[in-house]
Write a protein that binds this ligand. Structure first.
Ligand SMILES: Cc1cc2nc3c(=O)[nH]c(=O)nc-3n(C[C@H](O)[C@H](O)[C@H](O)COP(=O)(O)OP(=O)(O)OC[C@H]3O[C@@H](n4cnc5c(N)ncnc54)[C@H](O)[C@@H]3O)c2cc1C
Ligand SMILES: *[C@@H]1O[C@H](CO)[C@@H](O)[C@H](O)[C@H]1NC(C)=O
Ligand SMILES: *[C@@H]1O[C@H](CO)[C@@H](O)[C@H](O)[C@H]1NC(C)=O
Ligand SMILES: *[C@@H]1O[C@H](CO)[C@@H](O)[C@H](O)[C@H]1NC(C)=O
Ligand SMILES: *[C@@H]1O[C@H](CO)[C@@H](O)[C@H](O)[C@H]1NC(C)=O
Length: 492
């Protein structure tokens, strides 16, 4: 009797599997958000499931998300993410695949402003820069470099794991596989604590490290070490950006995959079918009204802010820790005008030598100030002389007041701003979130809590695409595996 009922149950399961397609590929996938995360996951999902799967990409704003440009004086300038590390392998691959080009580098010198004077000035001479660092800070900068390199070296393992098809269901599993408990610890300890431990001096942290963290995250050396190390890596390597604008990567990937981009705000995702493979109802809203459709797989590729515009999940118990409540507001002001070089101690504007100004933690209203080049650079393009009108990109936690603009600029023609929820306030949560919210419902931006950058989101996109694929075909040996370094080696 018991055997018969077991047999019946097995038969029923088989029938259910046949009804939902069994081993068939998914028929429809929804991606919410068309930033780099959404565009990249669309590309990777198509790579894995093949071109016959229909992918709908919902975007409530503009394609590109935090990759965006603003037009000033008939030229376009980056108003969101500006540049990437040379080891951003997924981004490099996208650019090559799409036939895009790297933007030509137009050299400019950097300096760190300490409120009254510059605490560090870059010169044209590499050896002199090294000598100055050595003179002021001793071995600290070498120790910093070694610390950052070690983190980067371990982080780069992810590309190998992903090339072998391995995926992770949560941020903790992913980080552990790369750097074991030391990576997990680095999400809990501060940059300052970690650096002091390896022998970097407090003065070096105050002058240099915190300036870099302010410029890249608007945060201090109290932020977690893992995100900090990734930002400091960005400050060391050669940086690059995309000719024509970084957002071209997003529109290019979506065009390439022939994804169906729907301009609408997704308001809810509801689990409809619980037997066999799940089915999700995605409800969305635009000028036309409210619409909805069914999907086999849903990828949320946007942070889940807790305001009333957030997406609600129904029909299952969604993890309670998905809402990303504290994000760092960052305002980018593109100012076309004349810099007030006196403010920086250079009464003669002709003698002002710097194009990129970082700031230490002194009480100030801005984090960084850059003389920027347009996204399309012609071969004969020259950077503006310091006494000429130029386009400056000011990064600040709040919109600049008129009086603050008058402090930084002698005069200006125009000011245009972009207000962002730029990065998570790193360190503001105690648990590392999951990518999988339900069987086939994923949240890509979970990885932003470890570190937030364009390449990290591309890594998250590849992980989510692999996770969806491995789960769909029940290839559980490729999910959350331990000791991958060893496995990957013996597989070759
Ligand atoms: C000022 C600034 C400077 C930065 N500098 C750098 C840098 O130099 N280098 C670097 O690597 N990174 C930088 N970053 C970080 C980088 O931009 C982000 O980590 C990355 O772009 C995030 O991509 P994403 O696709 O995950 O999210 P987003 O780009 O935020 O995309 C999410 C998309 O989802 C859409 N959306 C949201 N909710 C819904 C909904 N309910 N329905 C439909 N659509 C929805 C949004 O409109 C948005 O387009 C910077 C960020 C900012 C703001
Ligand atoms: C991580 O932190 C725990 C507890 O604080 C500690 O026991 C462990 O040694 C740390 N691991 C590493 C690799 O630093
Ligand atoms: C800028 O560059 C992009 C990519 O090379 C190109 O498609 C676009 O037409 C260019 N725009 C202008 C105004 O030159
Ligand atoms: C959020 O709610 C407030 C008040 O309830 C309302 O004024 C605002 O327009 C809402 N915002 C969005 C994006 O719906
Ligand atoms: C420029 O900076 C100097 C020095 O901080 C300040 O006195 C002056 O008011 C600023 N503004 C202009 C327009 O010169």
């Amino acid at each position: 009797m018991a055997r018969a009922s077991r047999l019946l149950a097995a038969l029923a399961a088989l029938l259910a599997a046949a009804a939902t397609g069994g081993d068939a590929r998914p028929s429809k996938i929804a991606v919410v958000g068309a930033g780099i995360g959404g565009s990249a996951v669309t590309h990777f999902l198509q790579q894995h499931f093949g071109p016959r799967v229909q992918i709908d990409v919902f975007e409530k704003g503009t394609v590109g998300g935090r990759l965006a440009t603003i037009s000033v004086n008939k030229q376009h300038y980056e108003s969101g993410a500006a540049s990437f590390h040379s080891l951003s392998l997924h981004m490099q691959e996208f650019v090559k695949h799409l036939g895009l080009k790297h933007r030509r580098e137009v050299v400019g010198r950097s300096a760190i402003f300490g409120g009254e004077n510059f605490v560090l000035e870059e010169t044209d001479w590499y050896l002199l820069n090294l000598f100055r660092l050595w003179w002021h800070y001793g071995i600290s900068f070498l120790r910093l470099q070694m610390w950052v390199e070690e983190v980067m070296e371990k982080f780069m393992r992810i590309y190998k794991y992903q090339a072998h098809g391995y995926a992770f269901s949560g941020v903790e599993e992913l980080l552990y596989s790369l750097g074991e408990s030391s990576f997990i610890n680095m999400t809990q300890r501060s940059v300052a604590e970690s650096l002091l431990q390896v022998g970097v001096t407090q003065r070096f942290i105050d002058d240099i490290v915190s300036a870099v963290l302010r410029a890249s995250y608007g945060q201090s050396a109290a932020m977690p070490a893992f995100a900090g190390a990734m930002a400091l890596a960005g400050a060391q390597g050669t940086l690059w950006s995309v000719e024509g604008g970084n957002k071209l990567v997003c529109s290019g990937l979506l065009k390439l995959t022939k994804a169906n981009v729907i301009h609408a705000t997704v308001i809810s995702v509801t689990l409809q079918q619980t037997e066999g493979k799940p089915l999700y109802l995605v409800k969305y809203e635009n000028e036309v009204g409210i619409g909805s459709d069914f999907y086999d797989i849903v990828v949320i590729a946007t942070p889940l802010h807790p305001d009333n515009s957030t997406i609600t999940f129904e029909g299952f118990n969604s993890p309670t820790d998905v809402i990303q409540d504290s994000y760092q507001p960052t305002v980018i002001s593109l100012v076309h005008g004349y810099l007030n070089s006196s403010y920086f101690g250079f009464p003669d504007p002709k003698l002002f030598p710097f194009a990129n100004i970082l700031t230490t933690d002194f009480p100030t209203f801005f984090c960084a100030l850059d003389n920027i080049c347009p996204v399309n650079i012609s071969a004969n393009f020259r950077r503006k002389q310091p006494q000429d009108a130029a386009v400056w990109r000011v990064q600040s936690p709040k919109p600049l007041l008129r009086s603050q603009l008058k402090t930084l600029f002698r005069s200006y023609y125009s000011v245009q701003t972009a207000e962002w929820q730029a990065h998570p306030v790193h360190g503001s949560r105690t648990t590392l979130p999951k990518f999988a919210l339900h069987d086939q419902l994923f949240h890509l931006n979970a990885l932003e809590w470890a570190a937030s950058s364009v390449e990290v989101m591309a890594v998250a996109a590849k992980n989510v695409a692999l996770l969806a694929y491995n789960r769909w075909y029940q290839d559980l040996d490729k999910i959350d595996q331990k000791d991958l370094m060893h496995k990957v080696k013996t597989e070759l």
